[in-house]
Design a protein around this ligand. Structure first.
Ligand code: NAP
Length: 379
C-alpha cells in the first residue's frame, strides 16, 4: 500500500540533498558513454511515515537514450503517483529522438520534482520546469547543484560554448619534467596513479593526443582496468601531416574503440585513404594562429560529433597549447617521486604555466601510491 503522498508533507531540505546525492551517484554510471547526452540520474521516492522509500531508479543509457527519468518512472510503475522524482538535471521538454521526459513525468502522476540544476540547453532552459509547474507539479531546484555542475560539466560546456569540457592530464617528475631528452618516453608514475588515469579515461567521451606522443610512446589510450575495456574512449590524434603509422597500437586497437585523426588541410591524401580503408575517421582543419592545427576548430568539430568530455593526454607541446589557448577547464597533474634531471623535457612551456596559474585554481590534492595528484579547476 502506498504511504502518504509527498505533496502532503513539508519538503525536507536535508533529505532532498541526501536523496539527490544518491541520484548523482547513480547518474555517474554511464559517464563517458552517455554522450552526446548528459549522464543523468533519477530516483522515484515515496516519503512515507517511516522515512523515504526508493520506488525506482534510472540513469541515462549508453548513447544517450532512454533518458534516466522514464527508466526510473517505469521501475516505479503505478506507485509513482503522488511520489517525488529526484533528477540531477532539468527534464527535457522537447521532442528529440525520444518524446520529452516532461510528458512521462506528467503521465506518471508524481506530485513533486526535485532537480539539481536547470538545463542550459536552449531547447530546455527552464521550459521543463515551467511545463511541470503548469501541470500542478511542485518543483524544487537546487539540491546537489554544486556536484551536478561538475558531473554535467561536459554537457554544459558543449551547449554553452560549443566545445567539450577539457580535462588535461599530465604526469611530471619531481623536477617538473615529462619525458627524457630527445622526447624519449619514461615511466614517471606508479601503478596506483596509472590505474587512476585509466579510470579517468573510462569517464571521458574521448582522449585527445598529439602525434608527438604517438610516435614516442606508441600508446593505446584504452581503459585497461579489469572488465572496463568497453569503457574505452574515442581516441583522437592531432596529426597535421598524417604521419600516424598504420602499425601503431592506436590503429591496431581500432576495434576496441574508435580512432579519429585530425589532419591539416595540406596533408597528403594517400595516408588518409589508407586510414579510411581501416575504418579510421580522418577530418581536416586549418592551422591555428599560433602554429599547429587550430584547436578551437578541432574542439568545435568534436562537440559537433557529440563529444562532451574530452581528456587531453599529450606531450608538452599540445598540453601547453591547450593551456595557453585557455581551453582547459580542469587539470589532473600527477607528480612522481623521482627527478629526471636537467636534460629531460619540461612538462609545460613558460607561457602555459602562466596561463595555468591565471585561469585555474587547485581544488583537491590526493596521493595515489608514491605519486601526488593535484586537481585544478577553472576559477
Ligand atoms: N608525462 C606525461 O604525462 C606525458 C604524456 C604524453 C607524452 N609524454 C611525452 O611527451 C613527449 C612527446 O612530446 P610532444 O610535445 O612532442 O607530444 P604531443 O604534444 O603529444 O604532440 C605534439 C605534436 O602534435 C601535433 N600538433 C598538431 N596541432 C597541434 C597544436 N595545435 N598544438 C600542439 N601540437 C599540435 C604537432 O605535430 P604535427 O605538426 O606533425 O602535427 C606536434 O609536434 C614524449 O617524450 C612522451 O613520452 C609525456
Amino acid at each position: 500500500m502506498n504511504g502518504p503522498a509527498d505533496h502532503r508533507r513539508q519538503p525536507d531540505a536535508r533529505l532532498d540533498e541526501a536523496l539527490m546525492g544518491t541520484a548523482l551517484t547513480i547518474g555517474r554510471h554511464n559517464l563517458g558513454i552517455a554522450w552526446p547526452n548528459p549522464a543523468v540520474g533519477a530516483l522515484v521516492v515515496r516519503h512515507g511515515a517511516a522515512g523515504p522509500v526508493i520506488l525506482g531508479r534510472g540513469w541515462t543509457a549508453a548513447g544517450g537514450r532512454p533518458h534516466a527519468e522514464p527508466v526510473a518512472l517505469a521501475a516505479a510503475g503505478a506507485a509513482a503517483a503522488g511520489a517525488t522524482l529526484y533528477v540531477t538535471l532539468e527534464p527535457c521538454s522537447h521532442y528529440g529522438r525520444t518524446p520529452p521526459c516532461t510528458d512521462a513525468i506528467r503521465a506518471s502522476g508524481v506530485a513533486r520534482v526535485v532537480a539539481a540544476i536547470e538545463d542550459p540547453d536552449p531547447r530546455v532552459a527552464g521550459r521543463g520546469f515551467t511545463l511541470l509547474r503548469a501541470s500542478g507539479i511542485e518543483v524544487t531546484v537546487g539540491p546537489g547543484a554544486e556536484l551536478a555542475r561538475i558531473d554535467h560539466a561536459g554537457h554544459i560546456r558543449r551547449v554553452v560554448s560549443g566545445r567539450p569540457h577539457v580535462l588535461l592530464k599530465m604526469a611530471a617528475s619531481s623536477d617538473g619534467k615529462a619525458g627524457l631528452e630527445g622526447r624519449r618516453p619514461v615511466r614517471i608514475t606508479g601503478p596506483a596513479a596509472q590505474a587512476q588515469v585509466h579510470l579517468m579515461r573510462s569517464q571521458a567521451d574521448a582522449v585527445l593526443t598529439g602525434i608527438g606522443t604517438v610516435l614516442a610512446d606508441d600508446p593505446q589510450f584504452t581503459c585497461r582496468l579489469p572488465g572496463l575495456l568497453d569503457r574505452s574512449p574515442v581516441r583522437v590524434v592531432l596529426d597535421s601531416a598524417l604521419r600516424l603509422p598504420l602499425d601503431s597500437a592506436l590503429v591496431r586497437s581500432r576495434e576496441v574503440a574508435p580512432l579519429w585523426v585530425v589532419a591539416g588541410i595540406d596533408a597528403p591524401t594517400e595516408p588518409e585513404l589508407a586510414l579510411r580503408e581501416l575504418g579510421i575517421e580522418v577530418m581536416r582543419v586549418a592551422d591555428g594562429a599560433d602554429g599547429g592545427l587550430a584547436l578551437d576548430e578541432t574542439l568545435r568539430l568534436l562537440a559537433m560529433r557529440g563529444i562532451t568530455r574530452l581528456m587531453v593526454e599529450a606531450g608538452p607541446r599540445l598540453a601547453s597549447a591547450v593551456l595557453t589557448a585557455d581551453l582547459v577547464d580542469e587539470a589532473a597533474l600527477f607528480t612522481g617521486p623521482a627527478p629526471l634531471g636537467a636534460a629531460a623535457i619540461e612538462a609545460f612551456e613558460p607561457l602555459a604555466l602562466e596561463a595555468m596559474n591565471h585561469h585555474l585554481i587547485e581544488t583537491d590534492t590526493r596521493r595515489h601510491g608514491d605519486d601526488l595528484l593535484r586537481i585544478l579547476r577553472r576559477r
